[in-house]
Design a protein around this ligand. Sequence first.
Ligand SMILES: *Cc1c(COP(=O)(O)O)cnc(C)c1O
Length: 393
Amino acid sequence: MTLDWISPADRLQALPPYVFARLDELKARAREQGLDLIDLGMGNPDGATPQPVVEAAIAAVQNSANHGYPPFEGTASFRKTITNWYRRRYNVELDPNSEALPLLGSKEGLTHLAIAYINPGDLVLVPSPAYPAHFRGPAIAGGKIHSIILKPENDWVIDLADIPDAVAEQAKILYFNYPSNPTGATAPREFFKDIVAFARKFQILLVHDLCYAELAFDGYEPTSLLEIPGGKEIGVEFHTLSKTYNMAGWRVGFVVGNSRIIQGLRTLKTNLDYGIFAAIQTAAETALQLPDRYLTEVQERYRTRRDFLINGLAELGWNVPKPLATMYLWVPCPPGIGSTDFALNVLQQTGVVVTPGNAFGIGGEGYVRVSLIADCDRLGEALRRLKQANIHF
Ligand SMILES: *Cc1c(COP(=O)(O)O)cnc(C)c1O
C-alpha cells in the first residue's frame, strides 16, 4: 500500500515552505564525508545545566510522589516560584493561580495560544523576520498573517506607523519578541508603551516572547510587557528556561499575564497534554532561584563570544552591529547574493553552518543568523576558514 490517497490536513499544507531542507541535506552529506562541521545554525545552547538544578532533578526523580500525572495547570509550588521571580525581577505582582501557566517549553505555548485564539481567516500581525513559531502557529490555526517588515534603519524595531489602520482594525493578535531572535535587536521602553497604546486602541491581544529576558549584556536590562501600565490588561508574556539555564532538552517554560487569555490556553492544553513531569518543575524552580553568579556566568560566556566573533568578522571586512542581548549575530550577506545561496556557499566552502535569514520570513532576506553556540576556539577556527575561502564583503 502506498497510501497515496491520503494527504495531510489543509492546516499543514498552509505552512510556509521549510527552507532548511537543502541545508539539512548538505549538512548530512558533509557529515557522511567526515567533514568537520562547525554548526552555528541552531539556537541550541551548548552549555550544561547548572549542577544544583541537575541535583534537584535527581532528588525529585527519586521521590515517588512525583511519578504520577502532574497537575494540568502545573504544580502550585512552581507557579508560586514563577510569580515570586516576576516580583523580584520586574516588580510585577501576579496571581500564581490565574496569571501564570507552566508550559512544555515556550514553543509549545506560543503555538497552542494561536490554536486557542485564532479562527480560520482571523488576521494576525507578525513581524518579519520572526521566530518561526510566531507565524507557523497562526498558520496552523488557519490565520491570515500580515507581516510587519522590519527595517535595519529602525534597528529592527517594529514601526507601528507601518501598520495601516484598516489592517489594525481587523487584527486579533500581535506577536512580538524583544530582545529578538533572529536579529538580536532590543526595543526601548518607550516602544513598549506605544505598542500597549496601539493594542488598546485597536483591541489586539499582545503576545510578547521574552525568551531572552536574561541573556543581556553591557548592563542592558530587557523590558517586560507586564511592567508597562496596561500591559497585563491586554497581553501575555512567554518565558523559557531553555536559554538562560541551558535547559533546552528539559522542555520547560511558562506564560504569564492576563488571566482571561491564559484561561483559553489552559482549556486547550487540558485537552492535549498532562503538563510537565513534576520532577522537571522542581528543577525549574531551583533554576529560577539560583544565585546571580550563575546568570553572570552565562551572560559573560555569550558576551565574550559575541565580542570575539564581531572583532574577527571586522577583520574580514564585515561590519556587524553588536547586539545587547540574545545569543545571535545578525549578519548582512555580501551584496547580490540571497541568504539561502550565501548560507549554502559558506557551508560548502568552509563547513560552517549559519541560518539563512529567510527562514525567519521574507523580512530576513539578505541576512544570515550566526548562533554563538561554540567556544572561542571553534569560532576562531570558523574565522580562519572564512578567511581562507576568501568569504568577505
Ligand atoms: C528558543 C526560543 C524559543 C523556544 O523556547 P523553548 O522554551 O525551548 O520552546 C521561543 N522563542 C524564541 C524567540 C526562541 O528563540
